[in-house]
Ligand binder design. Structure first.
Ligand code: HEC
Ligand code: HEC
Ligand code: HEC
Ligand code: HEC
Ligand code: HEC
Length: 314
């Protein structure tokens, strides 16, 4: 077979078109992968799976959040921390700024790792071989990253013994202390039993009263919550020897009550203990004591999280 000069020109022209279109396709693909939060999923399935189960993935689309936005007239300022531009781009000393796109993904991969257009991602170490081009940015590993949105908790933490011991938000919320393994699940007492030991309850009898002492043993900040919608209460059921209930008592330890307003007195500070007393009405039987955490004050006891329970036999 033989080709004319013209055939060869057409041939090279075709090759050129194919080469250019391949190149532009891979560039588009890469831009997609690196500029969009969705693109992270393909390579980081582990982190993606953990994040998808975390409260951060719900921070825009949860019904509770949407209902609250409705009440506040969908103001951009109000919504800002719930689906922001990358916080490393807006700066950790500035308030987060609401994004214009992909709102449903809430606090997403780029919120914490994004370095803006063409900037790759921020991580704990440089890695020029990885296609997302991670660059070491110390702030990613610091409590300041979390503090930009979790301001009240950050303020509790910053002057605490945990801060001086170097125990950051990440150590308690993203790292498993026994395995050292890292997780994006960002759990709390409401979502994981692994935090149960952080709040201790001791019960004893004293002059015809039951005394429950509740101590903030290991929460790295004041407890409960930061937004004043959590409540902590002690529930006491006294049963006689026949198992019949002789008294059902409940005492709100901390948290907002509808007519009292909000204050920092509504929290148990780091290492602080609070005491509550209940008159004992039975002479024989069992007293069941339960420490309950509610996400919202109006939820029923059945919808609450049981932190711990103790039985005292008389
Ligand atoms: C084409 C595959 C690919 C895509 C897409 C990708 N990454 Fe990566 N990424 C890697 C590889 C490979 C590494 C290095 C090995 C590792 O840590 O898993 C890495 C490492 C990282 C690190 C760790 C840096 C460190 O050591 O601290 C972060 C953070 C990261 N990627 C974030 C992202 C984010 C956010 C996205 C989405 C915008 C993304 N990556 C998209 C492949 C990818
Ligand atoms: C400075 C950042 C910031 C701003 C501004 C902000 N939020 Fe939030 N919001 C948070 C953080 C952080 C949490 C998680 C707190 C927690 O779980 O302890 C949260 C949680 C919530 C929750 C869910 C609580 C839950 O129990 O799941 C609702 C609802 C909510 N915010 C609504 C609003 C509304 C309405 C506004 C505007 C008036 C607003 N937020 C403004 C950061 C912010
Ligand atoms: C709330 C902030 C936040 C969000 C959201 C977030 N990350 Fe991270 N990510 C971190 C922090 C903090 C580290 C730890 C840095 C360090 O090692 O000190 C980290 C570490 C990583 C690492 C490397 C360490 C490892 O072992 O996992 C990868 C990879 C990563 N993130 C990918 C992602 C991807 C993909 C998403 C979205 C699905 C995502 N991150 C969402 C804060 C976040
Ligand atoms: C861009 C803002 C933002 C940043 C940065 C951020 N968070 Fe959050 N975080 C939120 C919002 C908003 C929620 C509430 C989501 C919901 O309940 O709907 C939340 C929820 C949580 C919760 C669950 C609270 C609960 O009641 O169960 C934990 C734990 C948490 N974040 C830890 C962290 C840690 C640790 C970091 C730093 C690595 C961090 N967050 C960074 C906005 C942020
Ligand atoms: C010493 C460990 C420790 C440190 C450090 C720590 N936390 Fe926590 N945190 C906990 C424990 C334990 C809980 C469970 C109590 C609860 O669910 O209220 C918790 C609860 C939370 C909650 C959920 C509160 C709620 O009920 O809405 C958020 C949000 C949170 N932490 C964010 C942070 C942030 C941000 C930092 C860093 C400024 C931080 N934590 C530092 C241990 C820690």
């Amino acid at each position: 077979m033989c080709f004319s000069a013209r055939d060869l020109t057409v041939f090279y022209f075709l090759i050129l078109i194919i080469a250019v279109s391949c190149q532009s396709e891979s560039r588009v693909e890469l831009a997609d992968k690196l500029n969009g939060h969705q693109g992270c999923k393909a390579c980081h399935t582990k982190e993606w799976g953990e994040w998808a189960e975390s409260p951060h993935a719900q921070s825009w689309k949860s019904d509770v959040v949407q209902a609250a936005f409705h009440n506040f007239g969908f103001s951009r300022k109000c919504q800002s921390c719930h689906a922001p531009e990358p916080v490393l781009v807006t700066g950790l000393n500035n308030s987060p700024v609401l994004r214009d796109d992909s709102l449903a993904s809430g606090v997403n991969c780029l919120t914490c790792h994004g370095l803006g257009e063409g900037g790759g991602v921020a991580g704990a170490a440089d890695n020029s071989r990885a296609s997302c081009k991670p660059v070491r940015v110390a702030a990613v590993s610091s409590s300041n990253l979390c503090g930009v949105c979790h301001a009240p908790i950050f303020e509790d933490w910053v002057g605490s013994r945990y801060a001086s011991e170097g125990k950051t938000c990440l150590e308690c919320h993203m790292r498993n202390p026994s395995t050292g393994e890292f997780s994006h699940r960002c759990a709390s007492l409401l979502t994981s039993t692994k935090y149960s030991n952080s709040i201790e309850m001791q019960c004893f009898q004293d002059h015809g009263e039951l005394i429950a002492v509740i101590t903030n043993r290991g929460v790295g900040h004041n407890f409960p919550g930061e937004r004043h919608n959590r409540t902590l209460s002690v529930k006491v059921i006294q049963r006689d020897i026949n198992g019949d209930v002789q008294a059902a008592q409940k005492n709100l330890i901390k948290g907002i009550t509808p007519f009292r307003g909000e204050s920092t007195q509504d929290k148990i500070k780091i290492d602080e203990s609070v005491k509550c007393r209940f008159p004992i009405v039975i002479s024989e039987g069992v007293i069941e004591v339960t420490l309950l955490l509610k996400k919202f004050p109006w939820l029923s006891d059945e919808e609450s999280t049981v932190i711990t329970t103790t039985n005292i036999n008389l």
